[in-house]
Write a protein that binds this ligand. Structure first.
Ligand code: B1M
Length: 218
């Protein structure tokens, strides 16, 4: 099992999406769990790319193809990350904030939400505040989930919170924030409700918040 996990990680680092796909399918067929594939192959593979990027050993094009390979791999895990018989508990609107094109973490949060039975409307990346408001009007979600990976774009989260205040809708949604530069203190400072460090805890917090809103036992 270790060997196939390190092969998946190596293929991801090399940006070989087709090979990642084949190996992830093979690992699943061999009984390796989706959680192990995510936590012991895909995420560590992306961590290696992140360090190389930071050190200028690789550049945007290489990172982009590695990111595509990562998204190909995680998409295959989606059905396996869903909880057995998870019932629809509520609805979330999710997006990466304006100016930010990073979507791997946001996609993981979406998958984990879906795994908890939360219906997700995914607005994609580079989403301006007014688009979150439009989605709120159309979808009436319980949760609005914001992702940001850049120190320059995390401040957009405040603009989204402010847009909900201006709309008179702030009390009608739970606003969750996350992404590498985001912290609990930042969450409080922009007036959001919940900060989560990773996708798994975000989905647990989201489910708890939805059940609480509906007065159901968490
Ligand atoms: Co970008 N990039 N990037 N990049 N990139 C970072 C973020 C950076 C830290 C790399 C570095 O220099 N060390 C740096 C930001 C520095 C800073 O702001 N201080 C950076 C930079 C500078 C840039 C560009 C400006 C580079 C350039 O053009 N010169 C540019 C900006 C483009 C833009 O957005 N406008 C850019 C571009 C790109 C690519 C397009 C090449 C690619 C993105 C492709 C894609 O997403 N489809 C990319 C990538 C892949 C990265 C790194 C290497 C990896 C990010 C990632 O996907 N990690 C990243 C380095 C790093 O993070 N160490 C980097 C894996 C993912 C699973 O983790 O997204 O953190 P993450 O999600 C986590 C948690 O944060 C959390 O859950 C996940 C884990 O379960 N989470 C949430 C995320 N959202 C959440 C929401 C929640 C709760 C939890 O609730 C709602």
């Amino acid at each position: 099992m270790r060997e196939i996990l390190s092969d998946i990680s190596a293929a991801l680092q090399a940006g070989k999406a087709k090979i990642v796909k084949q190996l992830v399918e093979q690992a699943l067929a061999e009984g390796v769990t989706a959680k192990d594939i995510l936590e012991q192959a895909l995420l560590p593979g992306m961590d290696v790319v992140a360090v190389q990027f930071k050190n200028n050993d690789v550049y945007v094009p290489e990172v982009l193809i590695a990111a595509r390979a990562m998204n190909t791999g995680t998409a295959l895990l989606k059905p396996y990350l869903a909880e057995e018989g998870a019932q629809a508990v509520g609805k979330a609107v999710i997006g990466t904030v304006k100016g930010d094109l990073h979507d791997i973490g946001k996609n993981l949060v979406r998958m984990m939400f879906e795994g908890k039975g939360i219906e997700v409307v995914d607005l994609g990346v580079d989403v301006p505040p007014e688009r979150f408001i439009e989605a709120w009007r159309a979808e009436k979600p319980d949760i609005v989930a914001l992702s940001a990976l850049l120190t320059t774009t995390m401040n957009e989260m405040k603009d989204v919170v402010d847009a909900f205040v201006a709309e008179g809708a702030r009390e009608s949604v739970v606003i969750m924030v996350g992404g590498a530069p985001v912290t609990e203190g930042f969450c409080k400072s922009v007036g959001a409700d919940i900060y989560s460090v990773d996708a798994a805890s975000a989905s647990e917090e989201a489910k708890r918040a939805i059940l609480q809103r509906k007065g159901m036992p968490a």
